[in-house]
Design a protein around this ligand. Structure first.
Ligand code: PLP
Length: 305
């Protein structure tokens, strides 16, 4: 399938043409999933283009590297600079940024020492789950695949291999005609979406699953919890059984890629009124308000290009 790739990418220390950022088929990461990555968005704001919570995303990247003992050949500041450089090189007015670090070509065994390759790609990306979904919402289904059990694969790391689980969940959902899949943890309790965290609304309160439920501790999740509490919305982190997906008043997914995507049905059962509700709309307004200036950036989350 022909794709419209951006002209430039940052790779191992410099900006180069997209086509030149190659790696060997025997690189460790190709075989064992030994990569770590981030997904970050930049937005056009009244004060210029801003990368949303760049420092927090890069901090999580280095945490993922720590969990998997991946030596990072660049400092966090170098990668922050790379993120800005690749946006500028590609003349992007807004972007989805993908920093990735992986074990490259070295030894062949699982514990082989390999050099770490690092790249940062940037491209323009619309709503992750499809056009119009932020307004209309999606139909979701609970996956037959559970997330990994505690102390097997660390859900707190954003690592390539972890996303084999996400692929099973997302591909099964598409095959069954759903917009996205929702996973249960090995406990049978709710975890998160294939690549998004979950919020359920009960009587005006926001309920979300805890990090112990095999999920990635999302930066969007943290953003929404902070913004909600500021406007007096109660936020509760708790274990949630599956059936509450059918009983809540509203439900939405959130993440850097999915932003705030309402869910209008689960497993064919309507959520609340079967369309995006007022609390979801309020959270969208607060979140996107960060980028049009109507929500004040109190925490320095907008890091200008
Ligand atoms: C599995 C998973 N959960 C949750 C999220 C949401 O995280 P964030 O809001 O930091 O993008 C993502 C996206 O990165 C993800 O891949």
């Amino acid at each position: 399938m022909a794709r419209d790739y951006p002209p430039y990418i940052w790779h191992n220390g410099k900006i180069k043409p997209w086509a030149e950022a190659t790696t060997h088929v025997m690189a460790h990461a190709v075989h064992y999933g030994s990569s770590i990555f981030e997904g970050i968005r930049s937005y056009a704001t009244p004060k210029g283009q801003a990368i949303f919570r760049l420092t927090d995303h890069l901090k999580r990247l280095y945490h993922s590297a720590k969990i998997y003992d991946l030596p990072m050949p660049y400092a966090q500041d170098d990668l922050a600079r790379a993120c800005r450089e690749v946006i500028v090189a590609n003349k992007l007015p807004r972007a989805y940024l993908r920093p990735v670090a992986f074990r490259g070509l070295g030894g062949f065994g699982l514990s082989a020492e390999c050099p770490t390759d690092v790249a940062v790609a940037a491209w323009e990306m619309g709503p992750y789950l499809g056009a119009g979904v932020l307004e209309q919402g999606i139909d979701a289904g609970v996956s037959s695949w559970q997330r990994f059990a505690p102390n097997t694969i660390p859900a707190g790391a954003k690592a390539g291999g972890n996303y084999l689980s996400g692929q099973l969940i997302a591909r099964e959902a598409r095959r069954l005609g759903f917009g996205e899949g929702i996973a249960l943890a090995s406990t049978g309790l709710l975890s998160e979406g294939a690549g998004e965290n979950l919020f359920l609304v009960f009587d005006g309160e926001l309920h979300t699953t805890p990090v112990s439920a095999a999920l990635l501790n999302g930066i969007t999740r943290n953003t929404l919890m902070t913004l909600a509490r500021e406007v007096g919305i109660t936020v509760v982190e708790r274990d949630i059984p599956r059936e509450y997906l059918y009983l809540c008043d509203e439900l939405f997914m959130c993440g850097t890629a999915a932003e705030i995507t309402p869910i209008r049905s689960v497993d064919g059962k309507p959520v609340g009124a079967g369309k995006p509700g007022p609390v979801t709309a309020k959270m969208q307004k607060l979140f996107f308000g960060l980028f049009d200036g109507s929500t004040p950036d109190k925490y320095g989350w907008l890091e200008y290009v």
